[in-house]
Design a protein around this ligand. Sequence first.
Ligand code: ITT
Length: 182
Amino acid sequence: MKLLFATHNKHKLEEAREILGKLDIEIEHFEIEYDEPRGEDTSEIAEKSARDLFSRIKKPLFLDDSGIFVNALNGFPGPYSAWVFRKMGYQGILKLLDGNENRKAYFKSSIAYASEKGTFVFDGIMKGSIPKEARGDNGFGYDPIVVPEGMDRTFAEMSDEEKNSISHRKIALHKFADFLSS
Ligand code: ITT
């Protein structure tokens, strides 16, 4: 099975290839400009974006909208994670949390698949925390400040394989794969 994945983020593409590849699902990269609608949550943004893209290209496709939701910041940056990352990087989040002992956060990936049968969303949520300092140089985006619950290393200190066996994206993609096989 071959699926079209619409993204500009090559790291998401690599991760999805590795995760779905293990389930014998092949991905074709598809780069297209589209306006991301505003929304309160990644699920809503992913759903609207996938539906809109499918109505334009008329081919089944999926995309991934992700975010980091920090408890002490009332869920910020959440659906604005990409914008915040471009403006101030993960250091901006560390600064906002400076002196705050509540380091809890969760990481969410919303996969939306659109086809002639409709639009379907699969959410993956991974609980974790934000360390006081960034650590590690593997991975991308917020990985140096993402510590999964029950662990003490950041995603950026793990191998790709280890991250992909526990991440929010893995959880969402596995739900998607179950849907495809049912
Ligand atoms: P698209 O083209 O797929 O939209 P994007 O990078 O703009 O790519 P998002 O809109 O979903 O992606 O923005 C999510 C932000 O969170 C962005 O800054 C990513 O770098 C970051 N991010 C997403 N998944 C991540 C992960 O697994 N680990 C660390 N950072 C991640």
